[in-house]
Design a protein around this ligand. Structure first.
Ligand code: SAH
Length: 348
């Protein structure tokens, strides 16, 4: 695999161009072009010979668009190809205030949640910081030809468990929120985790201020263990304590994701148990209709019952909302990203 220039500082690029005997202002031209999502061949203001020299050793962005699907509701799903041929997916959701990109943090996932398609084939590998930044730059270029910033918000909710790839993900967070890069405020970034307790605390201790989103999905340990392997490592009360710790350090309200599974976690007793867990600190519950996984007998709760569940939570003074499910027709909705399968299908 070639070295990637995506996250190189201007200074580092200056060293590279001077090594090729070029004036240092070329480095700034390359730096600006990378921010606009350009591959080396697309950088119009540098000479052909410099491009050739650079391409021998480097790529500017280690990600390219492989397939693009647009949903009836405007949601766009991209399949992106990495240098080693692995395929990852990311999804762009359009709102009145801007566009949110949902990026992947790993190829596959080893958390093994029963309802999630990302982990069907286990973990293949971690994504590098450059690959995660690359997802955003390449998609931003496709949406706006790189001239304006189309992407306003980022959610780390694609394939993978971000806190299981801690070093690369935190490097990514620092990079993408820096002035030299896209300058996307950490307040506009959500990191979703199934609850790796020590890593949540580390994130807080290291001064990050992203919105922490916890995939809870069950109101008791007994139920959570039935659908999430991670529940065998950390109890719900440990996860909630880590969330409080994060809130106390960052002042950021924590969001709990609760995918609703018919006749499993959608009764009023479940709502009562849930309300007891999350009280006492600023948090919010996102109710998501489960995208059914019929093979496993896991069916999404019908809309009417979800509304009743939310009302019950509101009566219990718990802040909750129902997440719209976008992009279902292009398999771009929550938990539907199955990159390995996509790769296999396309090769057959
Ligand atoms: N590993 C991280 C990031 C994945 S984010 C995490 O667990 O949070 C994807 C979100 O979609 C998670 O909240 C996940 O639990 C949820 N999800 C997975 N499969 C789903 C499905 N079939 N229906 C609804 N939500 C699902």
């Amino acid at each position: 695999m070639k070295e990637s220039l995506t996250c190189y500082s201007l200074k580092k690029l200056e060293e590279i161009v001077s090594h090729f005997g070029e004036p240092s202002f070329r480095a700034k031209q390359i730096f600006d072009a990378i921010k606009k999502g350009k591959q080396i061949d697309e950088i119009s203001n540098i000479s052909k010979s410099l491009k050739e020299k650079l391409k021998e050793k480097y790529v500017s962005i280690p990600v390219e668009i492989y397939k693009k699907l647009v949903s009836k509701d405007g949601t766009i799903k991209y399949a992106l190809k990495l240098q080693d041929g692995e395929i990852i997916e990311c999804v762009v959701l359009s709102y009145s205030y801007g566009r949110t990109i949902c990026i992947s943090t790993q190829v596959g996932c080893r958390m093994g949640c029963a309802f999630c398609a990302s982990g069907l084939n286990g973990l293949v590998r971690n994504l590098t910081c450059d690959e995660m930044v690359g997802e955003i730059l390449i998609v931003n270029k496709d949406l706006a030809d790189g001239n304006s910033r189309e992407i306003t918000n980022i959610v780390l909710m694609g394939s993978g468990e971000p806190l299981d790839n801690y070093e690369n993900v935190t490097k990514f967070l620092r990079t993408i929120s820096s002035k030299e890069s896209l300058n996307i405020s950490q307040r506009n970034i959500s990191l979703s985790t199934c609850g790796l307790v020590p890593k949540i605390k580390q994130l807080a201790d290291e001064g990050f201020s992203v919105t922490l989103t916890i995939s809870l999905h069950a109101p008791t340990d007994e139920k959570r263990k039935q659908i999430m392997k991670i529940a065998n490592s950390y109890t719900i009360s440990e996860v909630v304590d880590a969330s409080k710790y994060y809130f106390n350090k960052t002042g950021r309200r924590v969001v709990f994701e609760y995918s609703m599974i018919e006749n499993f976690n959608d009764s009023f007793v479940d709502a009562e148990n849930l309300s007891k867990l999350v009280g006492g600190f600023p948090s919010h519950i996102n109710l998501i209709p489960l995208n059914s996984v019929k093979e496993k007998g896991l069916i999404g709760t019908p809309k009417k019952k979800i509304y009743a569940f939310r009302e019950k939570l509101e009566n219990l003074k718990v802040s909750a909302s129902i997440r719209r499910s976008l992009g279902a027709d292009i398999e771009g909705a929550c938990g539907q990203l199955r990159n390995k399968l996509l790769k296999n299908t396309s090769q057959n």
